[in-house]
Design a protein around this ligand. Structure first.
Ligand code: NAD
Length: 521
């Protein structure tokens, strides 16, 4: 079997080597997941929840070692691996271990007056085999969230992690199996996107796709799903804006935005990539922001911003800096690009004198750049925030909560934080997803768990009437009677309702006697 090496972005040294799976090997994993689906879907949900509770515990117990492994192949600090990847994974696993049965319990609904005596409800059934494809930026939590959701709902999984962060996929299988998830429920397809990923999306036995990655590849996956009419949740790129009004606590805004823009070296789908500041407080905010940014360090020590993970992504970021400076942007702190850094690190860069024709105002950056732009009125700020093809997340900073809510309502994204950054993802009870070209559907929360199921509606009639008035032969007078019944049911106002009631009475009585004749008690 062919293998591929994973190289550390920080040291340039080989970290690991994994099998480069081809179509035959991927198909075998899908078959294995299909076979295991029979027993796993039949395992009582309470049993699955017990295993997930243990899984959260196993994850917490092994977190320091896992943080080291995540950091080695991704280049983020162990602290960021601990907080963003491991803690949020524990939390989503625990959340479903406590709530899955409640969320997936049958839902009873009310019937309608023309069909009395029925019990109506809908149930949630596992779909089957779910293909999950994940990226390299938060390689662990962006795999755990969908995998845990899928298996909590009774599905089995084939996970294809990004080749750069394959070990994160291996850890997902490892901790779940340590907790008691049977072998074969979670299967890892190791390899690149063009061979292994492509084989997975072309496998005819997949029941649902869950893709996290770029909008470009997401569209290809969605086309494959559409060809087979299989549902696909798409978690794609972003270009999030933060709006700082003159009413904001500027210290809070500066600290939160520095973290939202530069943690994980800016490689965060919901990271802030545009910062819009109301003109009267622009200079004051910039001063506070730069006081923080000038002390940020690249590298993998706790408190540093980490490293770029992929050489190709670093090139895109450098290209955006070159484009912006050629068009007149200024880089802060002064001389920031002259510093010599380890491995693939890039320094945190703030840009001023930015104009809308610069690449970094429309294309996703996915690196440590933050343009800070003054605005004069809120319409102007919202127009810029909504000007890209993306709609993932956003933030508003103000101490006037009413103002914050009004602005949040006008930002076209899947989530908005008021006086915060990034945290919508960390709350497993909140749905997470994007709009526009940032995605389709969402995960986390009850909405997200139900997305991994097929919904089946059921009606129950215990019997009594052998024939309804609408069965053949249709009861005489049913056409007029039905019109009268509808007038009664949907009439508004007491006098109209009373009039319609007397008109429909003969039909109702006839229906009853016809029902009795046909067996109704
Ligand atoms: P990517 O699209 O290049 O790759 C994502 C995954 O798809 C990888 O596992 C890759 O191997 C696989 N892949 C590539 N080509 C494929 C193909 N033809 N068929 C099947 N699979 C294929 O994205 P990336 O560079 O790993 O991640 C960065 C992107 O992900 C950014 O755009 C970022 O915004 C986005 N992202 C989105 C979210 C979100 O929740 N919305 C979260 C994290 C990252």
């Amino acid at each position: 079997m062919n293998t591929f090496d994973v190289i550390s972005p920080m040291t340039g040294q080989k970290v690991n080597s994994f099998p480069q799976m081809d179509r035959k090997e991927v198909d075998a994993l899908v078959q294995k997941a299909r076979k295991k689906f029979e027993t796993w879907s039949a395992t009582p949900i309470k049993e699955r929840m017990k295993i997930l509770a243990r899984a959260a515990e196993v994850l917490a117990e092994n977190a320091p070692g896992y943080a080291e492994r995540i950091s080695a192949e991704n280049g983020k600090t162990k602290f960021e691996a601990m907080v963003a990847d491991l803690y949020s994974s524990c939390d989503v696993t625990k959340y479903y271990s406590e709530n899955a049965a409640k969320i997936l319990a049958p839902v009873k609904v009310k019937g309608n007056p023309m069909m009395p005596g029925r019990k109506l409800y809908y149930v949630f059934e596992p779909k089957g085999v779910i293909a999950i494809i994940s990226p390299w930026n938060y390689p662990f939590c962006l795999s755990v969230g969908p995998v845990v959701s899928a298996i909590a709902a009774g599905n089995t999984v084939v996970l294809k992690p990004s080749s750069q962060t394959t070990d994160c996929g291996i850890i997902v299988k490892e901790f779940l199996e340590k907790a008691g998830v049977p072998e074969g429920v979670v299967n890892i397809a190791t390899g690149n996107g063009s061979v292994t990923g492509q084989a997975l999306i072309e496998n005819p036995d997949i029941d649902m796709y869950f893709f996290t990655g770029s909008t470009e590849v997401g569209k290809q996956v969605n086309i494959k799903a559409a060809e087979r009419l299989v549902p696909a949740i798409m978690e794609l790129g972003g270009k999030d804006a933060a709006i700082v009004t003159k009413n904001a606590d500027l210290d809070r805004a500066a600290h939160t935005i520095a973290w939202g823009a530069f943690s994980n070296c800016g490689q965060t789908c919901i990271g802030m990539e545009i910062c819009l500041v109301e003109r009267p407080v622009y200079n004051q905010f910039l001063e506070k922001l730069m006081a923080i940014v000038k002390n940020l360090k690249s590298g993998t020590q706790t408190g540093c911003v980490g490293s770029m993970t992929m050489a190709s992504q670093r090139k895109i970021v450098e290209g955006q800096i070159a484009d912006a400076t050629a068009k007149g942007a200024k880089l802060l702190p002064e001389g920031v690009m002259n510093c010599k850094l380890e491995g693939m690190c890039l320094p945190p860069v703030v840009l001023t004198d930015v104009t809308m024709d610069m690449k970094l105002m429309k294309d996703e950056t996915f690196g440590p750049l933050l343009p800070v732009i003054p605005y004069d009125n809120i319409d102007e700020a919202i127009k810029i925030a909504n000007s890209t093809t993306y709609g993932l997340s956003g933030a508003v900073f103000t101490s006037d909560m009413e103002e914050g809510r009004k602005i949040a309502a006008r930002i076209k994204t899947g989530s908005v934080n008021i006086n915060d950054a990034l945290i919508t993802f960390a709350a497993p009870a909140l749905p997470f997803g994007g709009v526009k070209e940032s995605g389709v559907g969402c995960y986390h929360s009850e909405v997200g768990l139900r997305a991994f199921t097929d919904i089946k509606s059921i009606t129950e009639y215990k019997g009594g009437t052998k024939k309804e008035f609408f069965h053949y032969p249709v009861m005489e007078g049913s056409l007029e009677g039905m019109a009268d019944a509808m007038n009664f049911m949907y009439a508004q106002g007491a006098s109209k309702k009373i009039k319609a009631f007397f008109k429909v009475m003969p039909f109702m009585l006839k229906m009853q006697s016809d029902g009795k004749k046909n067996g109704k008690k």
